[in-house]
Design a protein around this ligand. Sequence first.
Ligand SMILES: [Zn+2]
Length: 253
Amino acid sequence: MQIVLPPILLPNPKVTACFTTRHGGVSHSPYTTANLAFHVGDALNDVLQNHDLLANVLGYDRRTLVHMSQIHSDTIITIDDTHSFDTPPQCDALITNRTNTPLMVMSADCTPILIYDPIHNAIGAVHAGRKGALNKILPKTLHAMKQAFGTQINDVQIVLGPSIHGCCYEVNENIVNEVIEMGYKDAIRREKERVFLDVNTILLRQLQTLGVKEESIEVINHCTSCNCDTYFSYRADAQHTGRIAGVIILRSA
Ligand SMILES: [Zn+2]
C-alpha cells in the first residue's frame, strides 16, 4: 500500500496520519488497485484485503477503524462504543480523543482533511467537497472539537489531502453564482467560456477567518485529476473509480 505522509505531522509518536494512493492494493480495473470504498461496486473481499494491507502498513487492527457513509452533509459524529468498522455512521466528519481508534475519510476529488489537536489529544477526519465546504463542515468540525474536547484554534494542525484543484474542477454558472453569493469569488477562475472552482481556496479562507495559524496548515499540493495515475479521480476516471483515504490515529505511546 503506497501512502503519502504529511510532513506537518511528522515525526510524532503520538499521532499517525497519511493519505493513501491508488497503488499497492489488490482490486481490479476500474478500482486498480487500492480502492478502500465498499459502495462503488468493487469486490467485497478485495476491499477488505486492501483495508487489511493498509492496517498492516500503519500498525492497527482493521476492526478498530471507523470510516463513514459519506453524504455531502455537515453532520459530525463523535466516536463512541456504538461505532465500529462494520457500522459506518452516515456523516462527513468524525472526531475522537480515543487512542488506537483510527478515523478514515474516503475521497475521489473531494478534499480529505485530517485535524490534530496535540494539546487535548484529539483528532478529526473531514470529507469536504463543494457542498461540504459551502456548508462549512470544516469550521463546524473545529467547533465540535472545541465543545467535546476543549480544542482551541491556536493549537490545531490541519492537513488538506489530495483533491481536485481549480485547474480541473469545471463547474456551471449556477454553482458560480452560489459560490460568489457566499463570498468566495476568489475561488472561481474563468478561462474563455469555461469556469473552474478551487474548493481548497474556500476551505483555506474559512481557516483564515477562524484564525488558524498559516504554519499550522498543510496542503498536499496534488490535484487528483491531474494525477489520476496516482489517485482515484471521480471526474478524470469518468465516475467509475475507487476511493483513496485519509487516516489519522492517536497513539497511546
Ligand atoms: Zn488538475
